[in-house]
Design a protein around this ligand. Sequence first.
Ligand code: DX5
Ligand code: ZN
Length: 218
Amino acid sequence: MHAALLAPSLLAGDHANLAASAHAVSSLGISWLHLDLMDARFVPNLTFGPETLAALRRAGSTLFFDTHLMLAEPHRYVEAFAKAGSNLISVHIEPDYDHAATLARIRALGCQNGIVLNPGTPAAAIEHLLPQVDLVLVMTVQPGFGGQPFRRDMLEKLRIIDTWRRERSLNFRLEVDGGIDLVTARECRTAGADTFVAGTSFFRAPDKPAFAAAFAAL
Ligand code: DX5
Ligand code: ZN
C-alpha cells in the first residue's frame, strides 16, 4: 500500500501570487502540488495554462507538479505541459481521443501518467488501461470548480479499482479530488485511496502544519 500523500490544489491558492501559494506548500515539507487546467469546453471554467507552470519553475519551485488536464482535447497539450515542468500529467477518459497512445506519449515525454474519471463514469471505463498507468484519479465532485461537497457515492468506485489493483498486483496510485478534508479523506483511505487532492480545506486551514501532519498519518 502506498503511503498517504497530500497534493494541495493551487486552484484554491492566491491567483495574484501563485508562487507564494506554492511556497506555502513546499515550506511544510509537502512534495506534491496539484494543478487544475480547464479549457471552458470540457468543464465550464477557465484556470491557467502551461506558461503558469513554467513561471513557477522559473520562480524556483521544485514541487512535484501533479497536472490534471480538464481539457476536451488533452492529447494536443501533453507536450506543452511536459516542457513546462509537469512531473505527472493526468487526462480524462470521457473525451474521444486515443487514450492509450496519449498515456504512452506522456511517459515517452519523461512524465508519469494518470487517467481520470468523472463521477458519472463507471470504473469499467478505464479497466483496460490499468496496466499502463501510474495513477488513477477518481473525481469526487463534478470537475470545474473548487469548494463543492464530497460525493460519498464515489467510495464504491474506489473500492472496485483498489480491488483490481490488489488482484492484479498493479502499483498505480489511487487519487481522489474534490471536497476532500480530513473526514472525507479518511473514508477514501479506507476505500483504498492513497493520494489526496485538497484545495479549499488546505488553503483555508488555520493550522497548515497540523493539517499536513494529519494527512501524512492517514
Ligand atoms: C475540481 C478540481 C479540483 C479542485 C478541488 O474541478 O479538479 O482539483 O481544486 O477543490 P476542493 O478541494 O476545494 O474541492
Ligand atoms: Zn483536480
